[in-house]
Design a binder for this molecule. Sequence first.
Ligand SMILES: C[S@@+](CC[C@H](N)C(=O)[O-])C[C@H]1O[C@@H](n2cnc3c(N)ncnc32)[C@H](O)[C@@H]1O
Length: 236
Amino acid sequence: MMRFDIVTLFPEFFASPLAAGLVGRALGRGLATVHLTNPREFALDKHHRVDDEPYGGGVGMVLKPEPMFAAVESLPALEPRAVILMTPQGQPLTQNLLHTWSRLAQVVLICGHYEGFDERIRHLATDEVSLGDFVLTGGEIPALAILNGVLRLVPGTVGKPASLEAESFSQGLLEYPQYTRPAEFRGWRVPEVLLSGNHEAIAQWRAHQQRIRTQARRPDLWRRWQGSEGAPPPGD
Ligand SMILES: C[S@@+](CC[C@H](N)C(=O)[O-])C[C@H]1O[C@@H](n2cnc3c(N)ncnc32)[C@H](O)[C@@H]1O
């Protein structure tokens, strides 16, 4: 059973996201466990202080190293494991990283807060990850994004494994457009091919849509995919 540890000053943040939807069901069925650890409980001075002013001056408070090290070192260490530090300075989160981590026994997620953390806290981490080129108030949302994305790849969480194979990024391309009933809504008709019952034609249409959609919306992904597949441009 996979183990997640979230090291956070705000454990209460996780109550409903861990209880709701597929994540709640997967945890309820014992596919993984989540343990919340608060570094404040490891701050040994009488005020349980976890932050302090930055050396050299500047605005905001910086997370101190001692409580964070003590919190992470208090955790059992299962192998193989990743210790992932949330930081806008990390590598951008990708589906590939989620796949890699979904095969581990333990994923430890360290959430920063305030103006950031003492540089020495980086020594705790095997990976540093950013949710994107923007700044949030804390690492809780990025940690939750990683937990959610990893857990849905753990066998048994998502009902039909085929849905994981077809979705965006799994083959390096965005997903094709999806439709459901009704066949016509406010004048927008579902493409005829999807109503045809011709499975080969549908597969071809979807593959083509994936390509033109990726090329139009994400030229960066498209170039990478072309490089890896030696793929011809859409329409060929
Ligand atoms: C206000 S941010 C600090 C940002 C820091 N001053 C900097 O410029 O890198 C507080 C914490 O939120 C988390 N955080 C904020 N934005 C993030 C992002 N895009 N990806 C991952 N973690 C983020 C990190 O744990 C960070 O230490």
